[in-house]
Design a protein around this ligand. Structure first.
Ligand SMILES: [Ca+2]
Length: 194
């Protein structure tokens, strides 16, 4: 009987410890729900969320970590126009390539801002990726050369989506204008929580 009581006491201690760990701010989890670091994603009083990409993958990368897909995450950090390693570049300079970006919060999308730091604008397609990466196209255009300003921000207004998204895919078609790499420094997803 005493052993049973001790076992129960130890079990209770473990349970309390698990609860404390689960609720600590550094754990990233609260009983299965992800804690969002509120300082990372500013939410305006209107409920609008503006966020820079938290993760990125590309069909090809010129190098890694320089010019890798990950260089398109976070806020813009390529202050001048040119061939800088702080932006994503594909392996080839005259190819069609894709860049997929993920965001901390899922939102009803109202806009996308693509900051291009070299040879804009060769973005030919932008899609929201839903469940099982099912795409919804929000931009489809022929590449068009933009000399100024550079860095250039391609702002794509989106009619507020019914469902929430936290993933987008950008296609660059560098085979048409003959400009060379179209480098992407950062991509902002704008949307509403509700
Ligand atoms: Ca960057």
């Amino acid at each position: 009987m005493k052993i049973l009581q001790i076992s129960r006491f130890v079990f209770s201690l473990i349970l309390v410890w698990l609860l404390l760990v689960a609720c600590s701010p550094d754990s990233g989890q609260v009983l299965g729900a992800t804690i969002i670091p509120t300082d990372a994603v500013p939410i305006l009083q209107s409920g609008q969320v503006r966020q820079w990409a938290a993760g990125a993958e590309a069909s090809t990368e010129f190098a890694d970590p320089e010019w890798a897909a990950i260089q398109a995450t976070d806020a813009p950090n390529t202050t001048r126009c040119g061939d800088y390693q702080t932006a994503w570049a594909s392996a080839g300079s005259d190819t069609v390539d894709t860049l997929v970006l993920t965001y901390t919060l899922s939102v009803h999308v109202t806009g996308i801002n693509i900051v291009q730091s070299f040879n804009p604008n060769q973005v030919s397609k932008v899609e929201l990726l839903g469940v099982f990466d099912r795409p919804t196209s929000v931009y489809d255009a022929q590449p068009n050369q933009v000399d100024q300003p550079c860095p250039y921000i391609l702002s794509i207004p989106v009619e507020k989506t019914d469902t929430q998204f936290n993933k987008i895919r950008i296609t660059v078609d560098q085979s048409i204008l003959g400009l060379g790499w179209n480098q992407i420094d950062a991509v902002e997803l704008v949307g509403d929580l509700e």
